[in-house]
Ligand binder design. Structure first.
Ligand SMILES: *[C@@H]1O[C@H](CO)[C@@H](O)[C@H](O)[C@H]1NC(C)=O
Ligand SMILES: *[C@@H]1O[C@H](CO)[C@@H](O)[C@H](O)[C@H]1NC(C)=O
Ligand SMILES: *[C@@H]1O[C@H](CO)[C@@H](O)[C@H](O)[C@H]1NC(C)=O
Ligand SMILES: *[C@@H]1O[C@H](CO)[C@@H](O)[C@H](O)[C@H]1NC(C)=O
Ligand SMILES: *[C@@H]1O[C@H](CO)[C@@H](O)[C@H](O)[C@H]1NC(C)=O
Ligand SMILES: *[C@@H]1O[C@H](CO)[C@@H](O)[C@H](O)[C@H]1NC(C)=O
Ligand SMILES: *[C@@H]1O[C@H](CO)[C@@H](O)[C@H](O)[C@H]1NC(C)=O
Ligand SMILES: *[C@@H]1O[C@H](CO)[C@@H](O)[C@H](O)[C@H]1NC(C)=O
Ligand SMILES: *[C@@H]1O[C@H](CO)[C@@H](O)[C@H](O)[C@H]1NC(C)=O
Length: 897
């Protein structure tokens, strides 16, 4: 019996208390000129109502989940609101791309102008020329080894070309209606997966099996016998490309095993605000780290056989009003921060992207010609397809502005209408949208399918049923877990960040004769690992956040489970106390114990589930369940209090971080099903901690450059100006001299490392005759010319410089270090003082020294020149800092350009 029905889960996507339409873009798709559009908003008179769904056995007040079910009760008024009449008020505001959206002013009803003036020419396929050894031609099923991935840039051009040839031949045999059907989802819950493209009937040999699209970025959502992988934020915290790739590969294999064609991840929105509800699905607060993690994840997933989906394009950094807010991002910040991970995704050969719910500069993401056509398809030369987030499409004309597929297909869930489908056919038949564009859309979708060899007869058919897990006819219950628990456990250990370790508190061992585990986060939830639908709640150990970015746990090893096994091994005595609120008793139980482990959690997720007043985004940055008081109560009685934190993102630790009895802090993130084992590996020293913070932990909430914007009124478009520009996360703390509690890139180890002997040199590679003038112009400080695929030109991305230095293990135990390379641009460049542009992981035995090389490219040394619309090396001396974190600089040098 579930109070939360499966139909409730994607309410996120059932859109809008209003309809928003934009005027036609005044420019052709290939123009980089800013769009002039106007926005109109129609507000239905009835707005939302909410029901409360109490989760199973949720006795404590802070764990009840309430689902905002506006759509369940109001869907009829939503469809009604699509026509402009029905007692709605109408708001319209002129929006220009060059001015941030202000609160729209009430003027006059929307006027839909004629839209027949569009011209369309499909973007040509970029003509990549493989240039071994740096730029070898590869197939997604055999990407370069991870060890080579900073030296070798895979070229998927020839593989795309072959896939396009097959796709064009196939599409040529389709009727217009069939081509349109390839672009149109079958409607909400119209098939076995969260998104479905129907088969083309095998008439006259032109059959095609259709597509299964399935969440999530950390596993197969709604699948059984699947692995619950560590969240994206933990993959990032490893700073370890090999592990990130391995996770991607294992996830790709599991999706393929279940018969999924397109897995809806990775998620690469930025940790712009510490409270952002879905930050944990992504890779943190730095664009370079996010880009590298996206790159390796996609290479892995697609090697596993499934198509990856880079999402959410772009600016979807908060949950609050995500469908009615405009992320207003200047061009340079867009290129250098928010779009960068999508560029890396294209370089990884990603076949699909998902445009986001929000508006960008006042134009919906899925209608945004500048982003979809100009940046993604032209500058980045993206050859795959762009799908809408679920119901994030707003017009049929989005086909012209770059959208290739609508998901789940219907305008609102179960409306039996679509912006594509018959509407798209009509628009083609009456000459509004050229048929060549529909050919392009269908070709992109089919080419992606061929690129991943999903036409092979051995590609598994879909063998699970997302919305009907109990229906035997449609569920084969195939076990796809293989030995992926080992990847989960390794990443769990490698992503744990040791923040404090005094008086030899860690690692644990024989000295820890009596251990107490305090806090609900140490043990199991009250009703099993899948107690809350879509993980929308937390009353035990926290190993993932909530929402669509989740998977069911097939099993879950708690810290209690794992530490009990260790106690048997070490002959130590164990007790536990899971009541977070009985402070006197928690303190009493901690008395006289050699060691007290206190477990804190902080959860967040997607906005269609509200947990304890957190509507997706976190409402504060303090520990849940009174965790700070619990630490203080235990530390008052025990001089060896070790705090373990399972959190979706930063917390303010000031209440207790300097407490003399808090001897150690382990930041464990969201490690998935092996959470307990991975933690025990770190606590007992089987794994010497090597994780690094993928975001900054501040001393105060107000120290962060941006907060979730809680303004807005459900009627107007909420403007979210990204005024901090390039200064997100640690860049802001550096720029404004704010001392954080723990900076980006920080993490301790059980040993120590010394750095020495930095040299920074040019990498000697042959340039082709065509490249030489481009390189010279760049060296002279000229911006690159814009063109098809120009932002991923080989000469711009191949390793051009390298930093070499030595790392010595000066401690007593074997360990891994994560040296980081930061570039220090001259102040006149407008860049923050220090920006991450390289990292690696290296393992060293005690007393030994190893040589480390980190390469970087011309792109890494470029800024986006808004005036010339190209990448440019800023004038002046460019410095290099090698360090153990963004602030712990050990070596300094200069780039020889
Ligand atoms: C958004 O507006 C800013 C400021 O005018 C501009 O620099 C940027 O290119 C615009 N971006 C898009 C996607 O329209
Ligand atoms: C296209 O899809 C619609 C809706 O699923 C279906 O009714 C129609 O038969 C399909 N047309 C063709 C030609 O496959
Ligand atoms: C076509 O789109 C309009 C909205 O622009 C919608 O009202 C209508 O129902 C759609 N038609 C079909 C057949 O889905
Ligand atoms: C083309 O068809 C669409 C969908 O029926 C309609 O909304 C639009 O007004 C038509 N345009 C022209 C120029 O007839
Ligand atoms: C996933 O867990 C939910 C409970 O949260 C359960 O209803 C559902 O059946 C599970 N799905 C599968 C495929 O086991
Ligand atoms: C912050 O939010 C959490 C989760 O809702 C809650 O448990 C905690 O009490 C809140 N903290 C403060 C200081 O209000
Ligand atoms: C630290 O713990 C000891 C018990 O081991 C206790 O007596 C002392 O008061 C604690 N210190 C603080 C500052 O709470
Ligand atoms: C805690 O107190 C005990 C008893 O006074 C002492 O033996 C032990 O060394 C202390 N531990 C730490 C970590 O300070
Ligand atoms: C680059 O810029 C310089 C100075 O603005 C200019 O003189 C030169 O012609 C440009 N072109 C090349 C190819 O260097």
């Amino acid at each position: 019996m579930r109070a939360i029905t499966s139909a409730a889960f994607w309410r996120c996507a059932l859109l809008l208390p209003y309809v928003l339409a934009q005027d036609e873009a005044a420019t052709a798709p290939s123009s980089s000129a800013s769009l002039l559009s106007s926005i109109s908003v129609v507000i239905p008179s009835s707005v939302s109502s909410a029901i409360s769904a109490t989760a199973l056995s949720s006795s404590a007040p802070d764990i009840s989940a309430s689902i905002s079910s506006f759509f369940a009760s109001a869907s009829s008024s939503v469809s009604a609101s699509i026509s402009e009449s029905s007692g709605s008020s109408v708001v319209s505001a002129p929006i220009t791309a060059s001015s941030a959206v202000a609160t729209p002013q009430v003027t006059q009803p929307r006027i839909i102008p004629p839209i027949s003036s569009y011209t369309f020419s499909p973007f040509p396929v970029p003509s990549d020329v493989p240039l071994p050894p740096v730029y070898p031609s590869v197939d997604p099923s055999s990407p370069p080894d991870v060890g080579e991935s900073t030296l070798v840039i895979p070229d998927f051009g020839p593989a795309w070309k072959a896939a396009y040839t097959k796709a064009k031949a196939k599409v040529a045999g389709f009727t217009l209606e069939e081509k349109v059907n390839v672009t149109t989802g079958v409607g909400w819950q119209g098939g076995r997966c969260v998104g479905n493209i129907a088969a083309i009937e095998p008439i006259r040999g032109r059959g095609w099996p259709g597509l299964c699209l399935e969440d999530s970025p950390l596993g197969v959502r709604f699948g059984d016998f699947v692995t619950a992988f560590p969240a994206g934020i933990n993959a990032a915290a490893t700073f370890n490309r090999r592990l990130i790739r391995a996770r991607g590969l294992a996830m790709g294999q599991e999706h393929k095993g279940k018969g999924v064609n397109i897995a809806l991840g990775p998620m690469m929105n930025m940790g712009r605000q510490a409270e952002g509800g879905r930050n944990w699905e992504g890779f943190g607060g730095d664009p370079f780290l996010t880009g590298e993690a996206a790159f390796e994840t996609i290479l892995g997933m697609q090697q596993g056989g499934v198509q990856a989906c880079a999402k959410h394009l772009v600016g979807n950094e908060q949950e609050h009003f995500r469908t009615t807010s405009s992320s207003d991002i200047d061009d340079r910040t867009m290129h250098e921060i928010y779009a960068h991970p999508f560029l890396k995704s294209v370089m990884a050969g990603v076949t699909s992207m998902m445009c986001s719910y929000n508006l960008i500069n006042g134009t919906y993401a899925c209608e945004n010609d500048k982003v979809l056509n100009d940046i993604i398809k032209r500058e980045y030369g993206f050859q795959g397809f762009i799908m809408s987030d679920w119901s994030a499409q707003h017009t049929t004309i989005s086909a012209i502005t770059g959208l290739d597929m609508t998901m789940p297909g219907d305008i609102t869930f179960n409306s039996e209408t679509s912006y594509f489908g018959p509407n798209l056919t009509d628009y083609v038949n009456n000459g509004t949208i050229p048929e060549s564009r529909v050919d392009d859309m269908a070709t992109r979708i089919l080419a992606s399918w061929y690129l991943l060899k999903q036409d092979s007869s051995s590609y598994p058919a879909t063998n699970f049923d997302a919305f009907n897990p109990d229906k035997e006819e449609t569920n084969e219950h195939i076990d796809v877990q293989d030995d992926h628990n080992t990847v989960v456990r390794q990443i769990g250990a490698a992503s744990a960040v040791l923040l404090k370790n005094e008086k030899g508190a860690l690692p644990l061992g024989k000295k820890d004769r009596s251990i107490v585990l305090v806090g609900s986060g140490a043990g199991p939830g009250k009703a099993g690992p899948n107690e809350f639908s879509d993980q929308g709640g937390s009353d035990g150990v926290l190993a993932m956040g909530w929402g669509s970015g989740t998977a069911n746990f097939t099993y879950l090893i708690t810290p209690l489970d794992a530490i009990q096994s260790k106690a048997r091994e070490f002959h130590s005595s164990i007790s536990w106390f899971f009541d977070d609120f009985n402070l006197p008793r928690a303190g009493n139980m901690a008395k006289k114990r050699t060691t007290a482990l206190v477990f804190l959690v902080s959860d967040s997720g997607e906005d269609y589930i509200t947990v304890d007043g957190n509507e997706g985004d976190r409402k504060n940055l303090t520990a849940w369940h009174g965790g700070d008081a619990l630490v203080q109560a235990v530390a008052a009685q025990n001089n060896n209090t070790i705090v373990i934190v399972n959190s979706v993102g930063p917390l303010i630790l000031e209440p207790w971080i300097d407490h003399p009895n808090v001897t150690a802090v382990v930041w464990a993130g969201l490690p998935g099903s092996e959470v307990g084992n991975a933690l025990a590996d770190v606590l007992y020293g089987a794994w010497n901690p090597s994780g690094r913070l993928p975001y900054t932990i501040a001393k105060s909430v107000s120290d962060y450059p941006a907060q979730v914007n809680l303004a807005g009124n459900n009627r107007d478009v909420l403007s979210i100006p990204y005024t901090e520009g390039l200064n997100i996360d640690y860049r802001h703390f550096d720029s404004f001299n704010i001392t954080p509690r723990f900076e980006f890139g920080f993490g301790l180890t059980y040993t120590s490392f010394a750095y020495s002997g930095l040299t920074v040199t040019k990498v000697q590679t042959e340039a082709t005759p065509a490249e030489q003038p481009l390189i010279t112009a760049w060296e002279n400080g000229n911006a690159t010319a814009i063109g098809e695929g120009s932002s991923r030109a080989l000469w711009l991305h191949r390793p051009a410089f390298q930093a070499t230095f030595q790392i010595k293990n000066t401690g007593q135990v074997f360990g891994g270090d994560i040296p980081q390379l930061y570039i220090n641009f001259p102040a006149s460049s407008g860049e923050p003082p220090s920006v991450l542009k390289g990292f690696t992981n290296t393992e060293v035995s005690p007393g030994e020294k190893t040589s480390v090389t980190i390469t970087f490219s011309r792109y890494d040394l470029s800024i986006w020149d808004v005036e010339h619309q190209g990448w440019r090396k800023p004038a002046g001396k460019i410095g290099v800092s090698i360090g153990a974190s963004s602030r712990d600089v050990r070596l300094k040098g200069t780039v020889p350009v």
